[in-house]
Structure formats: structure tokens, C-alpha cells
Design a protein around this ligand. Sequence first.
Ligand SMILES: O=C(CO)COP(=O)(O)O
Length: 126
Amino acid sequence: MTFRIALIAHDKKKDDMITLASEYRAFLSGCTLVATGTTGGRLQDEVGLTVERKHSGPFGGDLQIGALLVEGQIDCVIFLRDPMTPQPHEPDINALVRACDVHNTPCATNMASAHLVLSQLQQRAV
Ligand SMILES: O=C(CO)COP(=O)(O)O
């Protein structure tokens, strides 16, 4: 079984995303991955993952991923949000998280929940 996973991280959480993706690299390399622009670029360059890159978050990337999710093309969202820094595209961020709730799609917004979700999916993929 293969999963379609969206990976997104705010700037101060991008190092955490790289750490997370490196830890789950073997599993993630067997998944279909989509990411916002800058996050996706780092995942490609630093972890060697193949990632479909959407626009950067402030330029609509969260909305693009939200649209895919609404169309049933995303199984899980890992969205490492920065709760300490105001974001210019806060409405887009809220729209994506809301879409996850509307469509009952797992959405991990911090490292602890991301580990739980990815380890569970990894087990199911075997
Ligand atoms: O802002 C983001 C999510 O809201 C992330 O966008 P980037 O991956 O392009 O930095």
C-alpha cells in the first residue's frame, strides 16, 4: 500500500521537517509526496526525496494542497506550523487545516503527532 502525503513546514520548523523526513526517508521514498515550494526544495536537496512542489505557502501553496485534498488526492498532511510567528497567509493555513477536518484527513501539526502518524502509516505500508 502506498500513501499520498503532503509535507509543509513554516520557516522556523523547516529544520525539524528535514530531521523528520530523514528519519522516515525509506518509507517516504515509497510514497507520493507533495509539498509547498520552499519545503519541497529542501526535501529534494537535503533528503533526496522526489517531491511535487507547489507554490510557496504565502503565494498559495497551502491552497493548492488543500484543493488536492478536497479532490481526494491526499491521504495525510504533515504541517509543521510555527505557532510563535504571525504568517501573512494565515487564512490559507486555516483553510487547509479546516479542509483536513472537513474531509477527516489526518493532519499532524507538530513533531510529536507527525511521528505518531508516520510511524503508523509506515507499519501499514508493510
Ligand atoms: O508557508 C508555508 C505554509 O503555510 C510553507 O511554504 P514554504 O514551504 O514555501 O516555505
